[in-house]
Design a protein around this ligand. Sequence first.
Ligand SMILES: O=C(COP(=O)(O)O)[C@H](O)[C@H](O)COP(=O)(O)O
Ligand SMILES: [Mg+2]
Length: 400
Amino acid sequence: MTEVTAIYYFEPETGTTPEFAAQAIADEETTGTWTDLSTRTDYVERLDGKVLSLKPSGDGYITEILYPAEIFEPGNISQYLSVIAGNLFGLGRLKCVRLLDVDFPKELTRFNGPNFGIKGVRKLIGTEKSKRPHVGTIIKPKVGLNPKDTAEVAYLAAIGGVDFIKDDETLTDQKFCPLFERVETVMSRLDDAMSETGRSILYAANVSERADKIVERARKAVDCGANAVMVDVITCGFCAVEALAQDPGINVPIHVHRTMHAAMTRNTKHGIAMRPIARLVRLAGGDQLHTGTVSGKMGHDPKDIIVDNKTLTDEYFGLNPVFPVASGGLYPGKVHAELSALGTEIILQAGGGIHGHPDGTKYGAMAMRQAVDAFMEGASPEEYAKTHRELRLAIEKWGI
Ligand SMILES: O=C(COP(=O)(O)O)[C@H](O)[C@H](O)COP(=O)(O)O
Ligand SMILES: [Mg+2]
């Protein structure tokens, strides 16, 4: 295949035929504009976009648009987005339009992709054989704690059994918790936890920052001991993920948070679905990506999440599979529902669902691990709670 095909849902504006609307997308994102051009030459024609298909769907239509691969600058994800997710959203002849998915030809997917991916992260944690889901937590409150208290929360979550600890998406390098001091303090307490438990635990410091500074910030975080980094991909950009993944000085897993995504992904009639975002994060080199929960606090459609996760884990031009992260309103009683729907090749992440446990963080982490153990042993959480106090207390507080 030597072209890019993108699939859109759209509803034409009153007085606009669906055929005209679909062609308007193809024209706007390739060689056309709103009127004919005296400057058009014959040889430009090879770059024209084409409407491959147009079918009624619900209140609107689904169309597949062909974009000649030559329009795309190989390796430039920002430019890819300017084509497949550019001006078209503003076209007046469309009442609404949503990018559902995109298919790239091999020559446009020559990226190194995730350096670690699922296999590499499992190797770091030592779960290659068990295949159990990883349990992660977000330090809460999301902002405000000083480095010392942040480290204590991390330590308690670690000895309680989490595999992964992250900063929240709004915590970066504020005065109340300077980044590098936080990294050093957290890692020193995690070293204590790792020697006490004999387990490996990852801490992803949020290095989100200006494009020309993020790599240096991440390198310094790693030099201070961070064994993972986190980046907010929508606010920092896909190129930020790529810059971190490509940098030899940042040889740790990259956890990709997607805050602000819902401005684009949530409206099922207008914006960008999570699937193309997931595909681009994999190309860019993210090792772990939030893709939503089937039972948590954020709006979600379980059917979509299952397919989005497959976009991260299925074979794709030889790129490492990316660990999907189910997070947002999860607590021990939700684990069974998540794993039944999404499988175990996943990271289950809970902030409030661990730090809000009646007995505190350590026991909240234990309750999450007990809920995972119950699932892996084929036991119901209610059954397992009869012999596991921490899980029982979590179920008594939040239910199933
Ligand atoms: O801090 C949290 C969850 O905290 P809590 O566990 O307390 O709800 C994350 O930012 C959300 O998961 C983001 O949502 P998504 O993962 O859908 O991007
Ligand atoms: Mg958060």
